[in-house]
Design a protein around this ligand. Structure first.
Ligand SMILES: [Cu+2]
Length: 490
């Protein structure tokens, strides 16, 4: 378990942002965000011994998994969960956990209206559970923390894909093991498309690139070191499992599907030349319209869909995607990936001014308070939702099937950010600290960040599946410490 000192340090580092006004103001005005300058970060308690140099390895893109069987309405897949090795540091074979041998896991491409059925075999010597993050699925296939696949066993997960397009992802959710399993590699993208998305002239094919952002701590032999709540020492940034890679791009538009798969780290992203990022999508698919922002904040579990147009750059230009948020020495965590611009090529893609129409935000039938709090200075490292640590035998809230609920989320921690994720539904953010949602929070969301002292309101309609599903902090180490609860929809 983490030391009290580490928690305080993480709080101090991230607290810089809240204390500077970003916690309250970041989402409301870009000007407020621009005033925030990261202070020198706290000293890590132990520098990682093996730190691969920046931009020394090319980006790799996870393979797209091929179905083992295709029928008129269903794609069948088989995945083995096991141990494998990855090349993170040049010259070292790093032991990792993988879906189907790939680090990170292979991408699954699905289509609304076509079912996906996955047989997961667990070859680990401990239980594993697979959750489709952002997916609307029945309880039996939700990858509940309490119903994992036994070591040596297998389970069939059925994903009906009755929801619209969305950038979903899959990750381990085994109670008390999810944090370490995710950290060691059990994550993959699940890109669900539909006719609406397909009808748009967005960059596609090799110009549509997943970027899975994470961080790890490596020892002197290049092996992963896992400690609970070890935010300060996870200072090797990875993109698709590669340490601060470079990516050779053509001088044209690209679509990047970002997912933050790290346990605790938030990324605050910007381009090194100050060119704004064009954001087209959030957790639950495309936004109604694209918007431009100089910095994009993405917390664990969140997704962002970006367009970067490299056509204005001369061949040979090197552009860095920067990260301006501690913890960690800026020389380690300040740069994420470098784009090396190549030749100009024909580009028939475009970014329409209107991307989709979202349904009106529904009226709420019920309002509830959700308070997120973590013991910051006490002897233990306990984390609570509404004052209680997770208990699998307890139903925390009962929800009437078909109803719409408004939840008022508050982070009452003094220094520690949290982010809220609920299974089963996409929700709408209806307010942040008394103001409206802005940026990608105007889209469909399943995960939302709360800086210390912040409050956020959201609305969700529970008209799909009945059953018991968890909701929790998606800073996964926090949910593993207890910041998780259960809702029953009946
Ligand atoms: Cu948390």
């Amino acid at each position: 378990m983490s030391s009290r000192r580490q928690i305080l340090r993480f709080g101090a580092a991230t607290g810089i942002v809240a204390a500077s006004g970003a916690g309250a103001g970041y989402f409301r005005t870009q000007a407020a965000a621009a005033e925030v300058r990261p202070a020198p970060s706290a000293t890590p308690s132990a520098r990682p011994v093996a730190t691969p140099p920046a931009f020394s390895v090319p980006l790799s893109v996870p393979p797209t998994l091929r179905p083992s069987k295709v029928t008129a309405d269903t794609d069948y897949y088989e995945i083995t969960i096991g141990k494998s090795h990855a090349n993170i540091v040049p010259g070292a074979r790093t032991e990792v956990l993988t879906y189907q041998g790939s680090y990170p896991g292979p991408t699954i491409r699905a289509r609304s209206g076509r079912k996906v059925v996955i047989k997961q075999r667990n070859h680990l010597d401990e239980p594993a559970s697979v959750h489709l993050h952002g997916g609307s699925v029945e309880q039996a296939s939700d990858g509940s923390p309490m119903t994992p696949i036994k070591s040596g066993g297998s389970q069939i997960y059925t994903y009906p894909n009755l929801q619209p397009h969305a950038n979903l992802w899959m990750h381990d959710h085994t109670h008390h093991l999810e944090s370490e399993h995710l950290y060691r590699g059990l994550a993959n993208l699940y890109l669900l498309t539909d006719r609406i998305e397909q009808s748009l002239p967005l960059p596609s094919g090799r110009y549509d690139v997943p970027l899975m952002l994470s961080d790890v701590r490596l020892d002197s032999k290049g092996q992963l070191v896992y400690e609970m709540d070890d935010a300060f020492n996870r200072t090797t940034l990875l993109v698709n499992g590669r340490p601060r890679p470079y990516f050779k791009v053509d001088a044209r538009k690209y679509r990047f599907r970002l997912v933050n798969t790290s346990n605790l780290r938030m990324f605050w992203l910007s381009l090194s030349d100050g060119t704004p990022l064009t954001v087209i999508g959030a957790d639950g698919g495309l936004l109604p319209a694209p918007y431009e922002t100089e910095r994009l904040l993405i917390s664990p579990g969140e997704r962002a869909d970006l367009i970067i147009d490299f056509s204005k750059y001369a061949p040979g230009t090197q552009l860095i995607l920067k990260n301006d948020l501690p913890p960690g020495d800026p020389s380690l965590i300040g740069e994420v990936i470098r784009f090396d611009v190549g030749r100009k090529v024909r580009d028939t893609s475009s970014v329409p001014a209107t991307l989709r129409t979202l349904p009106a935000v529904p009226e709420a039938d019920t309002t509830r308070q959700m308070v997120m709090y973590m013991d910051e200075v006490g002897a233990g490292t306990n984390a609570f939702l509404n004052g209680k640590a997770f208990d699998a035998g307890r139903i925390d809230i009962d929800i009437k099937h078909g109803s719409t609920e408004e939840w008022i989320l508050t982070n009452t921690s003094q220094t520690i950010p949290h982010n809220f994720h609920t299974h089963l539904v996409q929700f709408r953010v209806t307010g942040r600290n008394g103001g409206p949602a802005t940026g990608f929070e105007t889209g469909l969301k399943d995960t939302v960040l709360l800086w210390p002292g912040e409050y956020v309101t959201l609305r969700a309609t529970f008209d799909t599946y009945r059953g018991v599903f968890p909701y929790h902090c998606h800073m996964v180490d926090h949910s593993a410490m207890g910041m998780m609860a259960q809702m029953r929809i009946a």
